[in-house]
Write a new protein. Structure first.
Length: 307
């Protein structure tokens, strides 16, 4: 099958022929229609995480996938051949920018019928990260004041909408050019981080979702009320600021979860959550898609159409 691969750390992305993934018990094989990219794809390619996660080569890129089930493994009960599904597969099954992908049954959900495969592929990793940050780690509740950093990014665009669904007041940071978009997604207060300091504008927040780290994370502690919660998907609290400010701190790596993705799918089906796509590339242009990702300026998600 054709897949977007790289042959060693720091090597360019290329399209090559590789073996199809093999079906396993408890998994399905899907024909991929679309995949989306995430910053982790370029982080892994650069080799930054090789101490934690040694890759094998050629490495097939991509964690977010949407497609049609073409083979069903033993013990799989909830889906059949022909079903349209989307998923964030686990590390062993990752390899979304490819003609076929293997997905474990408990990591997939039925694709919402009201969106395209491109839109569906934009959801799983960023959407599950936003859900796990706000709900699982952040215990968001109605009336909470929530700050979502980088509201125009893949995680931020979904996080704003989930936080509004839970009845929160949502402030978000982005640059001025994206202000209208984040307001349309539901943000109540927009801070242009290029001209304003969010820590001067906000106070007494219940929850902050940090996707930036560094100084942004450090200053974010200042806007929390005592007993509030800081959830970072970017950095650890190396300076023990949570203790200094009397708040909770959580840092985590998102995990695949088909049931949670199905919850998100319901919110997409009823129009509560809308997908935001920055750009769509043909499979042959996958290398350009990864270059675009590397700019860090995507508004929503970068998608590759495979079929
Ligand atoms: N731990 C985990 O499990 C996990 C999961 C998912 C993501 N992450 C991490 O979370 C981060 C965000 O991921 P993503 O997919 O949302 O990235 P992304 O889509 O590439 O984010 C791009 C967006 O970030 C905005 N941005 C950049 N610098 C900013 C700043 N200083 N303040 C506010 N907004 C800023 C940009 O807006 P402008 O153009 O207006 O600047 C752009 O719209 C990445 O570092 C990723 O690795 C971690």
């Amino acid at each position: 099958m054709k897949a977007a691969i790289f042959r060693e750390y720091e090597a360019p992305v290329e399209i090559a022929e590789v073996a199809r993934p093999e079906l396993q018990d408890g998994s399905v094989l899907i024909e991929v229609h679309a995949a989306s990219l995430n910053p982790i794809d370029n982080i892994l390619r650069a080799g930054y995480l090789r101490q934690m996660l040694e890759l094998s080569f050629p490495h097939v890129k991509g964690y977010d996938v949407s497609g049609t089930v073409v083979e069903v493994g033993k013990d799989v009960k909830s889906v059949e051949v022909g079903d349209e599904v989307f998923a964030r597969p686990n590390q062993m099954d990752a390899g979304a920018v490819a003609e076929f992908a293997r997905i474990q049954e408990d990591e997939l959900a039925i694709k919402p019928a009201n969106i395209t495969h491109e839109q569906a592929a934009s959801v799983p990793l960023a959407g599950l990260t936003a859900w796990q940050a706000l709900v699982t780690k952040g215990n968001i509740k109605e009336g909470d004041k929530v700050l979502v950093h980088a509201g125009s990014g893949g995680v931020g665009t979904v996080a704003i909408q989930i936080a509004k669904h839970f009845g929160a007041f949502v402030a978000t940071t982005t640059s001025g050019k994206n202000a209208d978009l984040v307001k349309e997604l539901g943000a109540d207060l927009v801070i242009d981080y290029t001209t304003q300091k969010f820590e001067d504008e906000l106070s007494d927040y219940d929850l902050v979702i940090d996707t930036i780290g560094g100084e942004t994370l450090a200053h974010s502690f200042e806007v929390l009320k005592k007993g509030g919660t800081m959830v970072s998907v970017k950095s650890q609290d190396n300076d023990n600021l949570a203790e200094k400010y009397g708040v909770h701190f959580e840092w985590f790596f998102m995990s695949p979860d088909g049931k949670m993705l199905a919850e998100l799918a319901k919110l997409i089906s009823d129009g509560t959550v809308k997908t935001v796509i920055d750009s769509t590339f043909a499979m042959d242009q996958a290398a350009d898609a990864f270059d675009k990702l590397a700019t860090g300026r995507a508004v929503g998600k970068i998608v590759v159409t495979v079929k």
